[in-house]
Design a protein around this ligand. Structure first.
Ligand code: BGC
Length: 273
C-alpha cells in the first residue's frame, strides 16, 4: 500500500488527508484549516506546513491550487491573492514542509481522481470534468491521461466569461433557480461538446451533491453527463495520485512520455534550495 498526503487548497478551507493511492481511499479523516483571509502565499504556506506536521507522513505531498500550475509555478490567480502569479509555489511549499511537494491545478486533481476512482472509472475516450463553485474548473482526460491547465471556465461565450455567468457563485449572485442555472450550464456544455466531443461530462464541485435539482434540466446533443462521485475528496485524492507519480500529472507528461525525468526534477529541486 502506498500512502501519500493530499492537500486541497480551497477558497474557504485547506483540507488534507492521507490517501491510499492504489484505491483512492482516504485512510484518516480529513483535517481542515480555514483558508487565511486573502489567501496570501505566505499564510497558505504555513497552513500547508501545519497539515504536513499534523499527519506526519513521510514522502512526497500533493497539493492542489485553484489556478494554472506549470512546472511547479502558479501562473494565474482568478480567485486568490495576485502574489501567486509567477510564484514558484512548489519550491515555497517544499521548503516549508521539508518534503517533496508537487503542485497541481485543483480541477485537474479532481479530474484525475474521478477518472480513475470515481464517475469516470473504466470509461474510454474523452472525459471532461468540470467543477462548479466560486469559479469553473476543468480537466480534460483522454484514456486516463490528463491534458493539464485547460482553464475552460475562462472560455468566452456570448460576450461573457463562462465562469462569471454559469458558476455556482453566479447562480447565487443572480438568484437563479436550478432550472434557470441549468439553462446557462446547458449553453456552456453544448459549446464544449462542439469543441471537444467528450464521451462523458462529469460535473463536480459543490453542486455534485445536489444533482437531483439540476441534472434533469441539462440538455446536451450527444455526450453523456453524470455527477462526480468523490465529492469533497476528489482534490485530495488527485493531488496524492499526482505526487505518487512523481508530479508528472501536472504537466501532462505521462509516466511513459515524461519530458522531465524524476532524477532531473530532483536535481532541479536541489538547485532551487
Ligand atoms: C481557475 C481555475 C480553477 C477554477 C476552480 C478558476 O477561476 O482559473 O484554475 O481550477 O477556478 O477553482
Amino acid at each position: 500500500m502506498s500512502v501519500v498526503l493530499g492537500i486541497d487548497i480551497g477558497g474557504s478551507g485547506i483540507k488534507g488527508a492521507p490517501v491510499d493511492t492504489a484505491t483512492g481511499k482516504l485512510l484518516e479523516e480529513r483535517h481542515r484549516i480555514p483558508t487565511p483571509e486573502g489567501a496570501h502565499p505566505d499564510a497558505v504556506k504555513d497552513v500547508v506546513a501545519e497539515l504536513a506536521r499534523h499527519f506526519g507522513i513521510e514522502g512526497a505531498i500533493g497539493v492542489t491550487f485553484p489556478g494554472i500550475v506549470q512546472h511547479g509555478r502558479t501562473l494565474s490567480a482568478a480567485n486568490v491573492d495576485k502574489d501567486w502569479v509567477g510564484l514558484d509555489a512548489d519550491a515555497l511549499f517544499t521548503k516549508a514542509t521539508g518534503q517533496d511537494v508537487h503542485l497541481i491545478n485543483d480541477a485537474d486533481a479532481a479530474g484525475l481522481a474521478e477518472a480513475r476512482f470515481g464517475a469516470g472509472a473504466g470509461v474510454d475516450g474523452v472525459v471532461l470534468v468540470l467543477t462548479f463553485g466560486t469559479g469553473i474548473g476543468s480537466a480534460l482526460i483522454h484514456n486516463g491521461v490528463l491534458v493539464p491547465n485547460t482553464e475552460l471556465g475562462h472560455l468566452w461565450l456570448r460576450d461573457k466569461e463562462a465562469e462569471g455567468w454559469a458558476s455556482d457563485r453566479a447562480r447565487e449572485r443572480d438568484d437563479l433557480n436550478w432550472k434557470q442555472w441549468s439553462k446557462r450550464v446547458s449553453t456552456y456544455l453544448q459549446h464544449l461538446e462542439l469543441l471537444f466531443s467528450p464521451d462523458l461530462f462529469i460535473i463536480g464541485g459543490g453542486v455534485s451533491k445536489k444533482a437531483d435539482k439540476w441534472q434533469e434540466h441539462i440538455t446536451l446533443e450527444r455526450s453523456k453527463l453524470v455527477p462526480a462521485q468523490l465529492l469533497n475528496d476528489a482534490g485530495i485524492v488527485g493531488a496524492a495520485m499526482m505526487a505518487q507519480e512523481g508530479g508528472r500529472g501536472q504537466d501532462g507528461q505521462t509516466r511513459k512520455t515524461s519530458a522531465v525525468k524524476p532524477a532531473e526534477k530532483a536535481a532541479s529541486k536541489a538547485q532551487k534550495k
